[in-house]
Design a binder for this molecule. Structure first.
Ligand SMILES: Nc1ncnc2c1ncn2[C@@H]1O[C@H](COP(=O)(O)OP(=O)(O)OP(=O)(O)O)[C@@H](O)[C@H]1O
Length: 663
């Protein structure tokens, strides 16, 4: 199915070498023709002149006779051509008419300067004939004409010359390629961005079973957030005819959700999936959630576990946190020599998922009904791991498979009566992200079926100026940038924590080395509890660090982008971009660790002078409601400077020791 319409190359390829070459060749051929015609003409003129000078009465008569016949023919041709040209000129632009008038007046000029009437006539005829042949050429090459139509003027003084000025093609304005989004991307179901003033009571969202509503209340959820009120009913509707068929017996539409960070996307898929699977009889893997990191998988797995409690549904996480064998035995067991699934919902990272597909013969995805791709844009970027192709292969039987069960699964092709006849479990994809790409080519990689988009961003062209995607920022987020110098950056962090009491604060650096150095510096300076979070730590250390930070034991967490996406830490008041992020998506996810669930929060980005212009442009283009300047006066840092210098010297020794220890 053609999912996407992309109007590319609306005009002819102006810059293409081959088209330039063929134009040049056509022009050259035309000019050569004209040169020949003129040479012949001038030869006959010269002969006429000679005859004029030395010929007698007979020759004079012949001369008069010849032009009479030839000239008459030519004149008839010319008049005919004039009539044609006049007709064309009636619809031609005024500029063209002007040009023609100019050419004709130049012809008149040349006529008046001539000595003999016959010469004059010949001159006019030549001019008009060449113009006529050029007019013909105009049909194939418009841009050539203005140049050539002026030639007779230059030649009028010396009608014998065959010299032509080449080149100077008229510039054609290149038509700009317009972006045409497919309708489902251009006109999404709109999700309100303002959570606080758009809370939706449970009673207004139909179809959710009372047990789940009770569970929501038990977990402190009183109302639905806008994204949940839109997406939950849509997914529930797609299973209204049971797990085997979508509405009307057709395959259900895939669902894409693009909503700001902290807007409650997790519950938007957990609730309907749990409700849909709660009626299952046999335990099989029917839902698979794929996330980019272990921490995120753990977070989502926890939410699934909360809402499946008491339903009999089993949630298993496969991220590599446990050994492969331990994960294998959590996924399935063998009873009477037959393997039985022990998982209804699997939460996985792509790498480990592929391992199980390839190495665990008891891991079956043949009953998979929901494929949830959280942080979908990141997962698309990571598609080089070909995890999606592996999942698809595991879900559908291979063509050589002769399985004859009614429930056999065949990779769906175009919808036909035949293809719909055997009932088969449809695989529905649910995509979620705060920065879902609107790039149709990228989305096509996911092979979506009649996708439906829920988005709080209408279209990227509304807010962006450079074709960059526009995103929505959380309503309660206040963005600031702090102009600074490289040497003062660490002092600023200390100022923010110790003086301004901005805590708990999550501080991002662009590398784990930078995170480690800053962590050491703050620790040596003293006065504030600090921890670092990066791939330097093992998974259990990372888990403990996040827990301590969430519980308020650590007011400052210095992290790489490992904590930038999806991590839901309650109560982060402030995000500090110690190093400015290079990409807008990174910025959006980093600052999205605060101002979650409709709460307020602030984000500060430290900017060196050279970074200011491009960074502010990037943020504005992405649709930021506004980023304010927050200037810290140098005097405010003065009192910390001496201690800071001492700490820096000390840091040098610690780093050396660290380095020696590492090597
Ligand atoms: N209806 C609700 N009422 C109150 N709190 C809610 C509701 N829905 C979700 N939350 C809370 O909002 C917070 C953010 O939710 P969630 O992590 O699902 O956001 P998200 O949209 O997935 O964010 P991100 O894009 O950063 O991953 C969570 O702590 C969650 O418990």
């Amino acid at each position: 199915m053609a999912l996407f319409m992309i109007n590319r190359y609306l005009g002819e390829e102006e810059g293409s070498e081959s088209s330039k070459e063929s134009r040049s060749r056509a022009l050259l051929a035309k000019l050569q023709e004209q040169v020949k015609a003129r040479e012949q003409q001038s030869v006959s003129n010269r002969a006429d002149e000679d005859e004029d000078h030395c010929g007698g009465e007979v020759q004079k008569k012949r001369k008069h006779k010849e032009p009479e016949t030839e000239g008459a023919q030519r004149k008839t041709k010319t008049r005919e051509h004039e009539r044609k040209t006049d007709l064309t000129d009636e619809v031609a632009s005024p500029a063209k008419k002007k040009k023609k008038r100019k050419t004709l007046s130049s012809e008149k000029e040349s006529t008046n300067t001539g000595d003999k009437a016959s010469d004059n006539e010949t001159s006019v005829e030549i001019t008009e004939t060449s113009e006529s042949s050029l007019e013909e050429g105009q049909k194939t090459e418009e841009s050539v004409d203005p140049q050539i139509s002026q030639e007779p003027k230059e030649e009028s003084g010396s009608s014998q010359t065959t010299f032509h000025v080449l080149g100077g093609f008229e510039e054609k304005a290149v038509q700009k390629v317009k972006r045409v989004l497919p309708q489902w991307l251009a006109q999404p179901d709109v999700i309100q961005r303002d959570i606080k003033s758009n809370l939706i009571p449970f009673s207004e969202v139909p179809g959710i079973c009372p047990t789940l509503l009770k569970k929501l209340e038990t977990n402190g959820i009183q109302n639905f957030f806008p994204v949940q009120a839109e997406v939950i009913p849509a997914v529930i509707e797609s299973v209204s005819s049971g797990l085997l068929l979508g509405p009307g017996g057709y395959r259900p539409r895939d669902i894409c959700v693009s909503a700001p960070t902290g807007s409650g996307k997790t519950l938007a898929f957990v609730i309907p999936v749990v409700q849909a699977l709660s009626k299952r009889v046999v335990c099989e893997v029917r839902a698979l959630a794929v996330l980019p990191t272990k921490e995120l998988a753990q977070q989502v797995s926890k939410v699934f576990s909360t809402y499946t409690e008491g339903t009999g549904l089993k949630v298993v996480m496969i991220t590599g946190q446990k050994s492969f064998a331990a994960e294998e035995s959590a996924l399935s067991e063998s009873r009477g020599g037959v393997s039985h699934s022990l998982a209804d919902i699997v939460v996985a990272t792509p790498g480990r998922l592929v391992d199980h597909i390839n190495k665990n013969s008891n891991f079956s995805l043949q009953h998979l009904r929901f494929l949830i791709i959280d942080e979908a844009d990141r997962m698309i970027d990571g598609m080089h791991q070909s995890w999606l192709a592996q999942v698809t292969k595991a879900v559908y039987r291979s063509p050589g498979d002769t399985q004859t069960s009614v429930f056999r699964r065949i990779l769906p092709g175009p919808i036909t009566v035949a293809s719909l006849t055997p009932p088969q479990i449809p695989l529905q994809k649910l995509l979620f992200s705060a920065t879902l790409t609107q790039n149709p080519e990228k989305l096509q990689l996911l092979d979506l079926h009649q996708p439906r988009l829920f988005s709080s961003t209408h279209s990227r062209t509304e807010t962006s100026t450079q074709g960059q995607d526009a995103f929505n920022f959380p309503q309660g987020l206040a963005e600031y940038y702090v102009p600074c110098t490289l040497s003062k950056k660490p002092l600023l962090i200390l100022h923010f924590l110790l003086r301004l009491k901005f805590s708990p604060a999550l501080c991002f650096t662009n590398s784990r080395e930078a995170a480690h150095r800053l962590y050491l510096l703050v620790k040596l300076f003293g006065g504030v509890e600090v921890a670092e979070f990066s791939s330097k730590l093992n998974p259990s250390e990372r888990q403990k660090t996040l827990k301590d930070f969430e519980q308020g034991k650590i007011p400052l967490l210095i992290s790489t982008d490992a904590a930038a996406r999806g991590i839901d830490i309650n109560g982060v008041k402030c995000v500090i971009n110690y190093d400015a992020p290079q990409y807008i998506r990174t910025y959006i996810h980093r600052v999205g660790r605060t101002a979650r669930a409709g709460k307020a929060g602030s984000a500060f980005t430290f900017l060196l002078e050279v970074q200011e212009k491009s960074f502010l442009q990037m943020v504005t283009d992405a649709g930021s409601p506004g980023i304010e300047r927050h200037f810290v006066k140098p005097q405010a840092l003065k009192s910390m400077e001496t201690h800071y210098e001492q700490t820096l010297a000390e840091l040098g020794n610690v780093v050396k020791r660290d380095f020696a220890g590492d090597s």
